[in-house]
Design a protein around this ligand. Structure first.
Ligand SMILES: [Zn+2]
Length: 134
C-alpha cells in the first residue's frame, strides 16, 4: 500500500482508500476533503454542507499538524510525500484549483505527469526549483 505523508510532520494522512486533507475555500470556510490515493484519479468526497465552487481555489492543510501544504514551487500546487511498500518516497504535487487536473510525481530525477491540465504548469510558469526537471 502506498502511504501519503505530510511534508511537515511526516504524519500518515492516508486512511483506507482516502487521503484526508483539511481545505479552506475562497470564502475562508474550512472542511475536510478526501481524495483518492490513486495518482490521476480526481474523485473527491466531502460533506455536502461544505461548499466548493467550480474554479474555487482551495488551500490544502495537513489534518494532523494543521500546516499549509502549499508547495514552494507554485502557489497553485500542494505538496505531499508518497512512499511505496519498499519505503521509496516521491514528492507529489497536485493542483489546488478546483476542477484543474494536474499532478506531478518526482523522485528528484524525473517527473511523472498526470492529468489533462498539467500543461498549465509548464517550464515558464513554475519556479526555478522545478524547471530542472523539464
Ligand atoms: Zn502534518
Amino acid at each position: 500500500m502506498n502511504n501519503f505523508l505530510c511534508p511537515h510532520c511526516d504524519g500518515n494522512i492516508r486512511v483506507g482508500d482516502n487521503v484526508i486533507f483539511k481545505v479552506r475555500n475562497k470564502k475562508k470556510q474550512s472542511g475536510l476533503l478526501l481524495l483518492s490515493p490513486q495518482i490521476g484519479n480526481y474523485t473527491s468526497v466531502k460533506h455536502p454542507s461544505f461548499e466548493i465552487m467550480q474554479d474555487d481555489y482551495l488551500e490544502f492543510f495537513c489534518p494532523l499538524c494543521n500546516s499549509s501544504i502549499t508547495s514552494d514551487i507554485h502557489k497553485n500546487l500542494a505538496h505531499v510525500i508518497l512512499c511505496d511498500e519498499s519505503g521509496k518516497c516521491n514528492d507529489v504535487y497536485f493542483s489546488q484549483v478546483v476542477g484543474e487536473q494536474s499532478t506531478f510525481t518526482t523522485d528528484g530525477e524525473s517527473v511523472h505527469v498526470a492529468g489533462d491540465d498539467a500543461g498549465r504548469y509548464t517550464y515558464f510558469k513554475i519556479g526555478d526549483k522545478f524547471k530542472k526537471y523539464f
